[in-house]
Write a protein that binds this ligand. Sequence first.
Ligand code: AMP
Ligand code: GLY
Length: 428
Amino acid sequence: MKVLIIGSGGREHAIVWKLSQSPLVTKLYTAPGNAGTSEVDENTDIDISDFTAIKSFVLEKSIDMVVVGPEVPLVEGIHDFFLADDELKNIPVIGPVAKAALLEASKDFAKKFMNKYRIPTAGYQTFDKQNINKASDFLKTLNPPYVLKADGLAAGKGVLIIDSYDEAVSELNEMINEEKFGTASQKVVIEEFLTGVELSVFVLTDGESYKILPSAKDYKRIGEGDTGLNTGGMGSISPVPFADEEFMKKVETRIIKPTIDGLKSEGLVYKGFIFFGLISVNGNPFVIEYNIRMGDPEAESVIPRIKSDLMELFIGTANGDLQNRNITIDERYCTAIFLVSGGYPGSYPKNKLINGLDETNDSILFHAGTKIDPESGGVFTNGGRVIAISSFGQTMKEALDKSYQNANKITFEGKYYRKDLGRDIMNQ
Ligand code: AMP
Ligand code: GLY
């Protein structure tokens, strides 16, 4: 089969790397991809939101399946576009239709959905221009800190956690009346603050049945000890030690199953990944957020642990017979450490030559912000998050040690990475 993967990050490289091992796959294209995906197979320079260009490419190359990595094309309706087009409707897309993508694209939609299907999540109310005058009364019912969330997609920046009541009122006003996050914050979800430990859990579903993928923890802040600005993710570890069988059973019965059943009841045929952003409050899982895709950088530690043929699982997802397919998981730990450009997540330089890529051993390198210079053939930085170094180990420490040894061997001007990954969960 010929497969087109949409996206250009470490997650997409991990998907391409895994699919390339399948005997069912004959050709892989990534749009637009990065240096890593082009080393596995071929990149094509198409804008991920240009559905007409994607259509021409799919028809020209006789693509058999499209796998969508990031949320934006899904929210913009790439799956619906395929279903509505006579020439494309029989080419399966892995990723939900736009109406189901609202689980990520609208916090208010997600909260309503969770309440309707009794899925544990923080108590909340939603405000807009019409009812903003009632927000102060609701805030008074909550204990600080206050959690304010822009309803729409805000590139990971739309959540504010605020200690003071007065500041919460004024931020809410800026979000709604001054559109601090553009139209995304015309509506704001205010919710109860939950105290606990966060983790990510993923499923692949055909809309009827599902396969649970390994749990992972993502390190979001730039600084050690979880300090400083939020990033796209500085690394990930899978599995999360406290997510044992008993905890995962609760996740399945209280969260995963009611979510899949809820989507069905809403008449939404969901084919793709669901990412449950969870928090464990005294051993009980609550949903912080849904995403409608694999996580990044979680994919870089979760996908290597899938031993089964991912293409076969995707075919099961597309055909609606996932229930008859097996998934086996590598028991070992996998850890992914991101090397990032100096200055990230603020401004940073690009086009720095990356050395040492051939000197690493016993790790998998998943590229994100990289590109190949066609003249010299050298690999150069092309983004904030540059390369994830993923390694296996019988223990978390063994996996981390390998990733860190190889992190030393790869060099580029301004290279930075966090040296404390895993420290917080190693002894839980
Ligand atoms: P989100 O974009 O919804 O994942 O939120 C970003 C981050 O804010 C999460 O990863 C949590 O660390 C934090 N957060 C969001 N909602 C809550 C909540 N209700 N209680 C505590 N922390 C939260
Ligand atoms: N790792 C968080 C995300 O993919 O959104």
